[in-house]
Design a protein around this ligand. Structure first.
Ligand SMILES: Cc1ncc(C[n+]2csc(CCOP(=O)(O)OP(=O)(O)O)c2C)c(N)n1
Length: 659
């Protein structure tokens, strides 16, 4: 291995040596502890340390790094205290996730590190968001995100590199090409000869470095970062290396040919660098011995602290409280009585525009939302008012954009992500349910993102432009869900969601966009989150519903003059208003849950279960449900009408009335 010291001082060379030795010695200790059954699992980066170490040393301390499972050198390079780092691995309270997540799955803004979620690829979208924030804030920052060669096969990786390319984001996409993804060798993972070739396809620069040569990594990253600070644009950096141990310790390396192991053992990054420094007389054996002794002591000390602590005593209240970022809503009334007629769609647009005026750190992202104004024209005219930096057309990359929302949030910004149709959220599902929803509970990071979801059927648009998918998210702790049924709520709930630092899904029914209108305040205001609205009062029974269901319930009740019913519009689905539900159940004793979403596992099922557990004594009839058929949504209007619950509603109401 050839080292070229260029103009580096002895001090730089020594620092790199110390930084390289540190993760190696920690790992060696961990492998012993693993054999002694004192730790539970270990993903080894032995043999790959030069990449983490060289890169971390080359960047500024406040450049964000998003490491993976073999990048201990990033954490040690950023000087995380050993007692906290080890406590994190042990799952104790001193760790970064209060015992809630394992190993390197945590972030620390203090150290400008955002750790992975197990899914690997989603890190890249988050890196895009951090880099975007830095660019918008004119900070001249560089963001580096790690990938294994296997992880580059994921859609998340492609999307994020593409977004960074299109938006000229200063991101270094590091690929640690170590020959294997778990047991799968490279030739079963990808066909490209080198990742530098792939960069061409994305229209960005690709650079290759010897990942076992710490000086080469350091110099390469420095050069890339310097250029990026002057002119932001992404670079794909492929570091050639080898995985010297199993995927994790239990899985072994039987499938790796011995010759390969032997050849790469000769290229060990620490041994070779040490030999070079000895030869250059930058260090001597005495220095090595004393440094090893010092590090050993530090490790032992950190371990003693972390082993002296046990797993946190479980406190349900603490667990539940940390699901959401703390936020006490101050409901805002409009400043004046001024009102004008607004369609549902105008109210959404109005709320979004006023939020953009009020919240200078709010960024809008979505497909065709800039000059074109979005497919439903909600952001029409926004670009001329707020500029293209804040009203951003995105490529077709839902996952990367939702991940970017988290990245922006990490940098203290807010974002609204428009799904062109709610159906397409499937492409970004993982970012929502695993990254946005869990970030606060896992490591105290708020995910200040509102996802707008044009939803619903009735337009004969078939199975992929008509779905109701609120129940997919209803089941996920950490999310909030709102679903307005009228223009007033549409504006007030959107403004409220954008104020709250927690992740929201904001459902807007497409059929209501231009079919309903109302006198809506012109001034900014918010509607209380978690508060249902009794939109119609009656005696005989209660219809608990939301969205289009409110309109169906009204219409059908108008045709049934003998029935007197409460209509409770939930407005917020998560958290839903238990008090209001209880009040209406107590009042009428008969409940019908109505929703456009399919029946099984829908919101109605949850509320029915809650009513039967908590309000059983007030019931005069079984809780009934009416919802869409348990099929996908058909295209032909005849079939679609049959699918939707409206046609069955009158009969169901009568059945409940007569029970
Ligand atoms: C979405 C997803 N699929 C599968 C896995 C299981 N898994 C964890 S690591 C890994 C291999 C990763 O290989 P690579 O990206 O090359 O990184 P390396 O482990 O070699 O550093 C697999 C398949 C996962 N964590 N996430």
């Amino acid at each position: 291995m050839k080292f070229s010291r260029k103009k580096h001082t002895n001090q730089t060379l020594l620092q790199l040596y110390e930084r390289l030795l540190l993760p190696r010695m920690i790992e060696e200790k961990m492998l012993i502890l693993l054999r002694q059954n004192k730790i539970s699992k270990w993903f080894s980066g032995i043999g790959q340390e030069a990449i983490s170490v060289g890169l971390t040393a080359a960047l500024e301390p406040d450049d964000y790094i998003l490491p993976m499972h073999r990048n201990l050198g990033v954490f040690t390079g950023r000087n995380l205290p050993f007692d906290r780092l080890f406590a994190q691995w042990q799952g104790t309270m001193r760790g970064y996730t209060k015992g809630r997540d394992r190993s390197f799955h945590f972030g620390t803004n203090e150290h400008h590190i955002v750790g992975m979620i197990s899914h690997l690829g989603p890190q890249n979208g988050v890196a895009d968001g951090i880099a975007l924030a830095g660019k918008l804030l004119k900070e001249k920052r560089v963001t580096a995100v790690f990938n294994g060669d296997g992880g580059t096969s994921q859609g998340d990786f492609h999307e994020a590199v593409n977004v960074a390319a299109v938006w000229d984001l200063p991101v270094i996409f590091v690929i640690e090409n170590n020959g294997y993804g778990l047991s799968t060798p490279s030739n079963e993972q990808f066909r490209c000869k080198s990742f530098v070739d792939k960069a061409i396809g994305y229209g960005i620069a690709g650079v290759q470095a010897d990942g076992n040569n710490v000086l080469e990594v350091y110099d390469t990253v420095k050069t890339i970062a310097d250029a990026m600070r002057k002119k932001p644009k992404p670079v794909l950096l492929e570091c050639l290396t080898f995985r010297m141990r199993g995927h994790e310790e239990a899985s072994g390396t039987k499938y790796v040919p011995k010759e390969l192991m032997d050849a790469w053992a000769k290229k060990d990054p620490l041994d070779n660098y040490e030999k070079y420094l000895l030869k250059e007389k930058v260090i001597d054996q005495k220095y090595i011995d004393s440094l090893r002794k010092k590090i050993k002591q530090e490790i032992e000390q950190g371990l003693a602290t972390s082993f002296s602590e046990s797993h946190p005593a479980a406190e349900t209240d603490r667990e539940m409280t940390d699901v959401y970022a703390p936020f006490v809503q101050q409901v805002k009334a409009p400043a004046s009585e001024k009102k004008s007629e607004k369609r549902f769609i105008d109210a959404i647009s109005d709320g979004l525009r006023q939020s953009m005026e009020k919240l200078p750190n709010l960024v809008l992202m979505g497909q065709d939302i800039a000059d074109y104004g979005g497919v439903f024209k909600i952001t029409e005219g926004f670009v001329s008012k707020f500029g293209k930096d804040r009203v951003r057309n995105t490529p077709l990359c839902e996952a990367a954009i939702l991940g970017s929302g988290l990245g922006l949030s990490i940098k203290g910004m807010k974002s609204m992500v428009e799904m062109q149709f709610a159906d397409f959220v499937t492409e970004g599902f993982n970012q929502i349910v695993n990254n946005l929803a869990k970030a606060h509970w896992r490591w105290g990071q708020q995910a200040d993102v509102v996802v707008r979801m044009p939803t619903g059927a009735g337009t004969a648009a078939g199975p992929f432009h008509s779905q109701s998918n609120e129940a997919w998210f209803f089941h996920t702790p950490g999310l909030k869900i709102v679903y307005p049924s009228n223009p007033y709520d549409a504006k007030g709930l959107l403004c409220a969601a954008l104020e709250d630092p927690n992740p929201y899904l904001y459902f807007e029914h497409k059929l209501l966009y231009r079919s309903i209108k109302d006198m809506v305040p012109d001034d900014y205001y918010t509607v209380e989150i978690g508060k249902a609205n009794l939109v119609s009062e009656g005696r005989d029974l209660s219809i608990i519903t939301y969205g289009m269901g409110v309109h169906w319930a009204r219409e059908i009740l108008n045709s049934l003059p003998a029935v007197s019913a409460d209509i409770l519009d939930l407005r917020t689905l998560l958290p839903w208003d238990k008090e209001a539900v209880e009040a209406t159940v107590k009042k009428t004793g008969k409940v019908l849950e109505l929703h456009e979403d399919t029946l099984t596992g829908g919101i109605g099922a949850e509320i029915s279960a809650w009513i039967s557990e908590h309000c059983f004594q007030f019931l005069d009839a079984p809780v009934m449900r009416e919802a869409s058929l348990d099929t996908a949504i058909p295209f032909a209007p005849t079939l679609e009408n049959n699918f939707l619950p409206k046609g069955r509603l009158a009969k169901k109401i009568e059945a409940l009335q007569n029970f």
